[in-house]
Design a protein around this ligand. Structure first.
Ligand SMILES: Nc1ncnc2c1ncn2[C@@H]1O[C@H](COP(=O)(O)OP(=O)(O)OP(=O)(O)O)[C@@H](O)[C@H]1O
Ligand code: SF4
Ligand SMILES: [Mg+2]
Length: 371
């Protein structure tokens, strides 16, 4: 593979900016008025991301992951969506841009790759043409130059014989190759932020691992910030610096990946961990699905939206879980870790009750005082 791709502009984090926040989302709200009522898809979502770092957004289906990322991409224009808050990318609030200004940013400064590249790519145009178009929209270059870049990028993402495959149509590529081509298209303008929405869900495990490795290689090379959206905590464990757990359109737990995976404080996160035993690497781990289904965002439950499914709500005094929505507050181990839950001693409950159930090997290794 050719790793000498000439970058069109300096990597966003190549200077002292590396340590600064590259993307700052504040109090993001996305609501969709419909004939049945208002779908409250995203409510008060806030997070930060630095250049070269990866944020994993996890949560079950319908928790608002894609709607949030589409807001960052400016893809809700014209849908009637009500959006408020701030999405500040390198000092510019994207929510204040006109549709034309946002169109110029899209592909250039922020790019997105989707779960299903076949539906994201046009079946009547060659893969090469679509990558060339993504480049020419933002760069005044000849078709020949754009084709050279497209071949270079296809080579960089590991497509064999790129000078020949550039002329293939999407259906002539395998699923893994299409995802590689989407990544090539997403990165051809060296955007500072790449959003990968379930990029490996449709792929088999081996190809999945290759695509995640590729994303990590390219991130190191381009110093991009990445948001990876996934149901799979295994993907998060491999890729993410920070993790944001979403439930019913809200952040319910947020913090450094290692912290969230080893000291989760929100029962919903425990549920996600319980249903993915290999995250803990425990040989005796049990797979325990979360009971019930995610709620409707037309009429979310009162209080803590997770309360109808939460097996720990009886540990909270009174009827608080059903009546009062918990704020997102610092966890027991410091302000770098926030959680939305009324439980007072959640770290102890996790270590003493939840961990022995889902990962007995790990629980056995804990010091006596933590069991
Ligand atoms: N245009 C729309 N109009 C009305 N409701 C919408 C619209 N787009 C999304 N929603 C609703 O917003 C909620 C969040 O959807 P979103 O696509 O963000 O979920 P998700 O977390 O990405 O789920 P999945 O894991 O299945 O992709 C869902 O209830 C969905 O039905
Ligand atoms: S607030 Fe109550 S219902 Fe919600 S996760 Fe915590 S214990 Fe469970
Ligand atoms: Mg989605």
């Amino acid at each position: 593979m050719d790793s000498s791709v000439n970058l069109a502009k300096p990597a966003p984090g190549s200077s002292s900016a590396a340590a600064e926040t590259f993307l700052s989302v504040r109090d993001l709200m996305v609501h969709f008025p419909t004939s049945d009522g208002v779908v409250k898809s995203v409510n008060g979502l806030s997070f930060d991301l630095k250049a070269g770092e990866t944020l994993g957004i996890v949560g079950e289906s319908g928790s608002g992951k894609s709607v949030s990322s589409m807001a960052i991409m400016g893809l809700h224009y014209g849908t009637g969506a009500k959006i408020s808050g701030e999405i500040v990318l390198e000092g510019t609030d994207l929510l204040q841009l006109t549709p034309d200004e946002m169109r110029r940013k899209r592909g250039q400064d922020v790019a997105m790759i989707f779960q299903d590249p076949l539906s994201a790519m046009h079946p009547y145009y060659t893969v090469g043409n679509q990558i060339m178009e993504a480049y020419r929209v933002h760069n005044d270059v000849s078709k020949a130059e754009a084709k050279r870049r497209a071949i270079e990028m296809l080579d960089r993402v590991g497509i064999p014989n790129p000078d020949r495959r550039v002329n293939d149509y999407p259906h002539q590529f395998s699923g893994g190759m299409r995802q590689r081509a989407m990544i090539a298209m997403g990165l051809i303008n060296n955007p500072g932020l790449l959003i990968a929405d379930e990029p490996t869900t449709a792929l088999d495990v081996t190809v999945q691992a290759q695509i995640l490795d590729l994303l990590q290689d390219l991130q190191r090379e381009f110093n991009s910030a990445i948001i990876i959206i996934t149901h799979d905590l295994g993907v998060v464990a491999e890729m993410a610096d920070d993790v944001l757990v979403m439930y019913a359109g809200r952040a319910v737990e947020y913090g450094p990946c290692k912290e969230i995976l080893t000291h989760p404080e929100m029962p919903y996160t425990w549920g996600l961990l319980s249903s993915v035993p290999d995250v803990t690497g425990d040989t005796d781990a049990r797979l325990i699905p979360i009971p019930g289904n995610p709620p409707s965002l037309l009429n979310p439950p009162s209080g803590c939206a997770f309360h109808p499914r939460c097996i720990h709500r009886d540990k909270v005094p009174g009827d608080l879980c059903r009546t009062t929505m918990p704020d997102l507050v610092p966890g027991q181990r410091g302000a770098h870790h926030t959680k939305r839950c009324h439980l007072a001693n959640s770290d102890a409950i996790y270590q003493n009750e939840v961990l022995p159930e889902i990962a007995p090997d790990l629980a056995d290794e804990l010091p006596e005082e933590q069991r």
